[in-house]
Ligand binder design. Sequence first.
Ligand code: ADP
Ligand code: ZN
Length: 611
Amino acid sequence: MKNLIKNFLVFFIVFLAVAAIFSYFGESVEKPERAGTEELINYINNEEVESIVVEGSKLSIILKDGSKKIVKKEVGESFSELLSNFNVAPEKIVAINIEVKEGEGLNFWMVSILPFLIPFLLIGVFIYFMMRSVQGANSKAMMFGQSQVKQYGKDNKEKVTFKNVAGVKEAKEDLKEVVEFLKHPKKFLELGARIPRGALLLGSPGTGKTLLARAVAGEADVPFFHISGSEFVEMFVGVGASRVRDLFKQAKKSAPCIIFIDEIDAVGRRRGAGLGGSHDEREQTLNQILVEMDGFEPNVNVIVLAATNRPDVLDPALLRPGRFDRQIVLDEPDIADREGILKVHAKKKPLAKEVSLRRVAERTPGFSGADLANLLNEAAILAARRNKKIIEMDELLESIERVMLGPERKSRVLTEKEKKITAYHEAGHAIVAHFLPNTDPVHKISIIARGRAGGYTLKLPITDKHMQTKMEFTEEIAVLLAGYVTEKEIFGDITTGATSDLRRATKLARRLVTDFGMSENLGPRTYGEKEEMIFLGREIHEQRDYSEKVAEQIDKEITLFIEHAVHTAKGIVNKERDVMEKVVKVLLKKETLEKEGFEKIVGKKPKEDKG
Ligand code: ADP
Ligand code: ZN
């Protein structure tokens, strides 16, 4: 926007200048009447002329009666030549007051050269603006430039510090060192320590990598240059590399500072692993980043932070000493962290007194920091829509489901039959989950459509899980298939409502066999090298490192897991038929069933104390 105004101003000034030049020449055409040379000679011979001003080829004549005339003579021919050509008597000339003004040369050049010059000038101006707008677009796409630096660096309103980041204690601890380097580089240099060039922030999306990088810049009070790896890849070949050069040049000028490269895996993938054109560009960009990082002088205080959630695909060259030799892991938040993050984001939101963020944290295992921030935002929106002045627990709890599953879609009307099938389907999931010993307890059952799901059964773990056992996985598959099994047992038919259940069950079973080594027959090894490749923006993976015969075996094993799960589910569905009917009855009436209501019907979950 600012650029636009500036461009416009420059254009305006050029326009004014051109207009002024034209009006200068136009001036002569103004008031005085034009006359021919013949006329002028007549005036002189009749002694009617008072004075003549010679200005280049222009003769301004004032007659004795006070009227003014303009006469143009030939360029290059002098006034006296003109007079002698017409044989004017000298005494007549003496009687006239003749004044010769300068500017003959200037005017001459203007008149003869300007017409040629103007088109060139216009073309030049045009090209200049073209170049400018192209450059402007580029720097916008790259998300850096002077304005970006100001925005994050010096503006205290936008300043983020470690206080704004909850949880991720180890990461903060590690990054404090970086802050020290930025603040007091001398301390380290005097001891001969080498200031680290880069640190890699590892963590799944939404764990606060960007936030933490900004907090480092905020703590050290240095500018923050932000750029995303994926932006390089979209560029034309060669532009990415030159942009990297620019970025580092700018950064060095404003040292000490932080460069943050988000999604570095987009450029930093193992070289030689890709196909297609975008790949060359990526390689060039990556090389340029490496060159720049190697080229830092030891006392240049620029630290590069990069973020990725895929450290496994990074080019090893990036991880060498002097480059991103420090790796900082951002864990997914545990219950205490979640509470902390909720508190940070609840600061500016009016919460009712009875709200317990701890309880919200309990109910949100697996939520990332971004999810939690989003949750509080959703709650605020809900409260506003209900015309409340404060956010209450209701809104918070409802927002958990909104974030997890998308908003409820009450508008999708189910027919009586569809409703019945959905009720049985969901009750099936819930009953099987309830009676299997190693599954998470049922939290809520609903036959109201939500996001893409027709109905849903929500299970939540009691504690945060870091590891899962084979037993838990196989029971999970049984729960996933329970909807399908129930439909088949009760109605003797199946619907498309089970499609996504089946897909998820199959995927999980495949992972048990190929990734976790949990199949008895195929043993403790992995199958398939998950090498990432990018082709036309899409990832193709799975390099087979096994034979056709083994592939067949894997399929067989997957089927075995599925069959076993179906068998388990079927057993429970048939055994607990009576309880299921009760659950279905309530569901058809109320549409949703909370944990407490569900447990009233089915009893407490056996072995609930298990985690
Ligand atoms: P990433 O870069 O890892 O994908 P971001 O840093 O962009 O994640 O996080 C997105 C948003 O989530 C942040 O702007 C912040 O509001 C919130 N957030 C994430 N982690 C935390 C945290 N630990 N503390 C406070 N807020 C967080
Ligand atoms: Zn289902």
